[in-house]
Design a protein around this ligand. Structure first.
Ligand code: NAD
Length: 481
């Protein structure tokens, strides 16, 4: 079923059934490229949430008792469907989030691969046998933690929800997911792949609602055993504190303000081209997006010339139009933030080298924007831009650059460019971040962990570490007499 705009009619998924929600309360879904309302998202009542929780409690008992080979089979079947439906899922995602279709379809395809990786890793959630006294069997078992309450944002509308679902389900947990109300049809189409693959009812439940109401209800429920959140630092701190009051562990994937240090011995043009590729992806709305460019003073002219050239080559437009390199921002809040951060930087003495102004057209568009001479007290240097703003500033000494890079409370991603092994080691050891890329600004990979330090959160997604948060470690000693 779809709306007049061709957008799927959004439903929650409760206890294996597609549901409209108890009161008929809804919120509009907007296309950020046109600002048109393209659908409505149902908002859960407490009864709907209780239904999801009861289903997750029952679903957990079913799923944990399902042989791991069967769990893996169902998850691979879901991955097959995600891969097969990637073009349509991508179209839905672009319509409600704005990113170019190629990025959305690519995200859906990568999501299928992430799921396969986790599904296979479920078979390797080994325990251990520990040498002990004769007649004693001392073992460590790893068991699924229980039903998970997960909250995901709008910037990766397929990959974000799937990271939580695929880790939880691979570990043998059930899940109640509150995906973003701004990209709900994408989450629904993702969940549909799991449902159509034969996942037992109750194992995966999808809700939408007033975020604060939903999180309070799900976190305080005795059914929930883990709180998993991706989003902003302030909301993460709120939810982690609430989980702590309930003595529930949490997994927090929060924001960052990733420094890029271009050292004196780097190739400035190459660094600029590689950094630019990552900077404008998803219109800069990525928690690991490079966002503070610290360039050695001797290279800054060459770096900025190439960086501005790359920025000006980006074709901004509707993500559904062929040839679009960067879509609109996902919502009006991000557009307002770009205008505020740019105006503040300019007031404090920054110079705009390209971009800087919203075009005269409908949609939340803001161009790739490069600024130089941005003073340290400009909000842009301390507040995560989460958009296509790139402040470039000069440094003279690497120690000074490292101190500036580490000065913020964030610690998610960091980047360095150098041709020297010794400098690379100094960056690796010295940058306070959970994810460091040298001589490139590549994205996350299924096989390796992603996550932050300091205010950017704790816990890891991706890699074998991804299952850690979803498993408990139980010591069993058995006297064999
Ligand atoms: P926000 O803080 O209002 O919301 C972030 C996410 O948290 C949204 O999905 C929202 O629905 C959810 N949320 C808000 N309050 C909640 C609550 N009480 N309980 C549960 N969920 C709640 O910010 P926003 O305007 O949507 O995004 C702006 C900022 O969020 C960005 O500047 C960026 O720092 C951060 N962000 C980070 C990521 C990431 O991948 N780490 C993703 C999206 C947004």
């Amino acid at each position: 079923m779809s709306t007049d705009h061709g957008h799927p009619a959004v439903r929650m998924y409760l206890a294996g059934e597609w549901a409209e929600g108890g009161t008929g309360r809804t919120a509009p879904i907007l296309n950020p490229a046109t600002e048109e309302v393209i659908g409505e998202v149902p908002l859960a009542t407490t009864d709907d949430l209780d239904r999801a929780l009861a289903a997750a409690a029952a679903g957990f008992e079913v799923w944990r008792a399902t042989p791991v080979a069967e769990r893996t089979r169902v998850l691979h079947a879901a991955a097959d469907l995600i891969a097969e439906r990637a073009p349509e899922i991508g179209r839905v995602a672009t319509r409600e989030q704005g990113k170019p279709l190629k990025e959305s379809v690519g995200e859906a395809r990568r999501t299928a691969e992430t799921l396969r990786w986790h599904a296979d890793d479920a078979r390797r959630a080994y325990g251990r046998i520990i040498p002990s006294a004769p007649g004693t069997l001392l073992t460590v078992r790893r068991e699924p933690l229980g039903p998970v309450a997960a909250f995901t944002p709008w910037n990766f509308p397929v990959g974000g929800p799937n990271r939580k679902i695929s880790s939880a389900l691979s570990a043998g947990c059930s899940i109640v997911l509150k995906a973003s109300e701004e990209t709900p049809a994408t989450a629904m189409e993702l969940v549909r792949c799991y449902a159509d693959a034969g996942l037992p009812a109750g194992v995966l439940n999808l809700v939408f609602g007033e975020p604060a109401e939903v999180s309070e209800h799900l976190i305080s429920s005795p059914v929930t055993r883990l709180v998993a959140f991706t989003g902003s630092v302030p909301v993460g701190k709120l939810l982690a504190a609430r989980a702590g009051q309930e003595m529930k562990p949490s997994l927090m994937e929060l924001g960052g303000h990733a420094p890029v240090i271009v050292c004196a011995d780097a190739d400035p043009a190459r660094a600029a081209r590689r950094a630019a590729q990552a900077k404008w992806a998803n219109a800069g709305q990525v928690c690991t997006s490079p966002s503070r460019f610290l360039v050695h003073a001797s290279l800054i002219e060459e770096f900025t010339a190439e960086f501005v050239k790359a920025a000006e080559a980006v074709v901004t437009g509707d993500g559904l139009t062929d040839g679009t390199g960067m879509g609109p921002l996902a919502n009006a809040r991000r557009l307002a933030a770009m205008e505020r951060l740019t105006a503040d930087a300019v007031t404090r003495g920054a110079e705009i080298l390209t971009g800087g102004e919203r075009p005269d057209r409908p949609g939340y568009f803001f161009p790739p924007t490069v600024l130089t001479g941005v003073p340290e007290d400009a909000a842009l240097m301390t507040e995560e831009p989460f958009g296509p703003l790139a402040p470039v500033v000069a440094f003279d000494d690497l120690g000074e650059a490292l101190a500036r890079a580490n000065a913020l409370p964030y610690g998610l991603a960091a980047y360095g460019f150098t041709d020297s092994a010794a400098t690379a080691e100094r960056l690796s050891a010295g940058l306070q971040a959970g994810i460091l890329s040298l001589n490139h600004c590549g994205g996350s990979v299924h096989e390796a962990p992603s996550g932050g330090v300091k205010d950017s959160g704790y816990g890891r997604e991706g890699g074998p570490e991804a299952l850690d948060a979803y498993l408990i470690t139980k010591r069993v000693s058995h006297l064999l007499v």
